[in-house]
Unconditional design. Structure first.
Length: 395
C-alpha cells in the first residue's frame, strides 16, 4: 500500500505531500488540484509499464505539465510504501525525477530506491524504454532488479475512472485489449459483464443477485448480443467509433418489462459499474475514481461507499486488495469517512497560487467535534470555511 504520495511541479501541485489510507478521499473547491493528484498518481503507475512519454494522461507538449513558475522543467514524484506486519517486503521509498526538454519528449533524470540499504540509480543518457522498471535499467545495477520489480507491483496497474452513466449504458463491441475493465469514462461496461460471465458464471450470478437486492424493482440483469459500438479510446476525447456487433445490458422488471440500459437511471448504471469492479477477477492495484456520487440519490451514497469499501476489503480470492483514492464535492459522501481518510486541497495566496494539501486529521479539535455529535464530517466541511476548519492549526 502507498502510505504517502509526494509530487512537485506537476501542473498546480508544488511541493504537495498527501498521507494515504487504504481508502482515501480528496476534497476541495473547483480548480484546487484534486484531479491533478489522481493524474499524477496514474502517471507514476503507468511509468512502470509503458514508455515514459505515454505515461502522462492526455495530450501535452513542451512544459504544459510543469508548474508555470518552476525554474526547471522537472517534475518530481515520491511514494512511501507500507510494510505489512512491520516486515519490509518492498522498497520503503521510491523517487522519480522527470525532465521535459521540449516537444513531446520527456526523460528520467534519476530514480532512487530506499529499502534495507540506500542506493540511487542515475541515468545519463536516459536508458532505453521498455515495459517495466527493471528492464529500463538495462544492465545497470542488476542487483536492484527485484526491488524495482516490486515497485512496479506496488504502483500498478492503476485505473482512473470518471464515470459517465450514459456512456456506460452504450452497447460495446468485444475488445480483447479491454478485458476485465472499462474505459476511463465507463464505456465497455457491457463487455466487462460479459467477461465476468465467461470467466465465472457463479460470480456473474452473485453480481446480478446483489444488484437486484439494491434495486428491488428489477428481478434480473442479462447480457445480449446486439448491434453495438466499437470505440478506439483516445485520451484527448477524440475517439474513433464505428458500428459493430457486440454486447448490451438489459434489465427485467418485476412486472415483466424489459428495459435497455440506455433507458435505466444513471444511479442504477453507476451501481452496476461499481458492482462489476467488485466482482472482477482482475481488479486494479490502484483504483482512482473521480466523483463517484454523480447521478446517485444523496441518501444512497452510503450504499455506494459500502460498495467501494467492499471492493477494497474483500477482493477476489488470491488477489491483493486495491487501494482506492477518490475525489468528491459531496458532503453526504464525505460523512461516510473518518478524518484520517480525507485530505483537503487548498489554493494558496487567495486562490491564485499553487496548491497545499491539508489532511483533515490535522484540523484542530475535529475529533472532539465529531465525538460530541455536533456535526457529521461532511457537515463540518460544508458549514465551515477552510480557514475556520484549520483556525488553530498554526497557533
Amino acid at each position: 500500500m502507498i502510505e504517502s504520495f509526494y509530487v512537485n511541479n506537476y501542473k498546480c501541485l508544488v511541493d504537495v505531500r498527501i498521507p494515504l489510507t487504504p481508502i482515501h478521499v480528496i476534497i476541495g473547491q473547483n480548480d484546487s488540484g484534486k484531479t491533478s493528484v489522481l493524474e499524477a498518481m496514474l502517471a507514476l503507475s503507468r511509468s512502470t509499464e509503458r514508455p515514459l512519454a505515454e505515461a502522462f494522461p492526455g495530450e501535452w507538449q513542451d512544459r504544459e505539465l510543469v508548474f508555470t513558475k518552476a525554474e526547471k522543467p522537472i517534475i518530481q514524484f515520491e511514494v512511501h510504501f507500507g510494510s505489512p506486519g512491520g516486515v519490509l517486503v518492498t522498497p520503503g521509498l521510491y523517487q522519480l525525477e522527470v525532465e521535459f526538454p521540449g516537444g513531446t519528449l520527456c526523460r528520467r533524470l534519476s530514480e532512487k530506491l530506499d529499502a534495507v540499504s540506500h542506493f540511487s540509480i542515475m541515468h545519463e543518457p536516459p536508458p532505453r524504454e521498455s515495459t517495466n522498471v527493471a528492464m529500463r535499467l538495462d544492465n545497470h545495477l542488476l542487483s536492484a532488479t527485484p526491488l524495482l520489480s516490486s515497485v512496479a507491483k506496488q504502483l500498478g496497474p492503476a485505473c482512473l475512472y470518471h464515470f459517465n452513466p450514459q456512456v456506460m449504458a452504450i452497447p460495446a463491441s468485444i475488445d480483447p485489449g479491454r478485458k476485465f475493465r472499462m474505459d476511463p469514462d465507463g464505456f465497455g461496461l457491457a463487455t466487462l459483464f460479459d467477461d465476468i460471465l465467461g470467466h465465472d458464471a457463479e460470480r456473474f450470478l452473485a453480481l446480478r443477485r446483489e444488484f437486484c437486492e439494491y434495486f428491488p424493482q428489477f428481478r434480473s440483469v442479462r447480457i445480449e448480443s446486439v448491434p453495438a459500438t466499437h470505440r478506439e479510446y483516445n485520451e484527448s476525447g477524440q475517439h474513433q467509433t464505428r458500428p459493430m456487433a457486440g454486447k448490451g445490458i438489459f434489465f427485467e422488471t418485476v412486472n415483466g418489462r424489459t428495459i435497455r440500459a440506455q433507458q435505466a437511471s444513471d444511479g442504477a448504471i453507476l451501481f452496476l459499474g461499481l458492482l462489476a469492479l467488485i466482482h472482477s477477477p482482475e481488479p486494479p492495484k490502484l483504483l482512482l475514481i473521480e466523483e463517484p456520487e454523480k447521478g446517485v440519490y444523496p441518501k444512497r451514497l452510503e450504499e455506494v461507499i459500502g460498495l467501494i469499501r467492499r471492493l477494497q476489503q474483500n477482493p477476489p480470492s488470491g488477489r491483493p486488495a486495491p487501494q482506492i483514492i477518490m475525489t468528491t464535492h459531496s458532503p453526504y459522501l464525505l460523512s461516510s469517512f473518518r478524518p484520517e481518510e480525507v485530505t483537503l486541497m487548498v489554493r494558496r495566496d487567495g486562490g491564485r497560487g499553487p496548491v497545499e494539501a491539508r489532511p483533515l486529521r490535522d484540523a484542530p479539535h475535529i475529533e472532539e467535534r465529531l465525538g460530541r455529535g455536533e456535526f457529521y464530517l461532511g457537515e463540518l466541511w460544508y458549514n465551515l470555511s477552510e480557514d475556520e476548519l484549520f483556525a488553530y492549526a498554526d497557533t
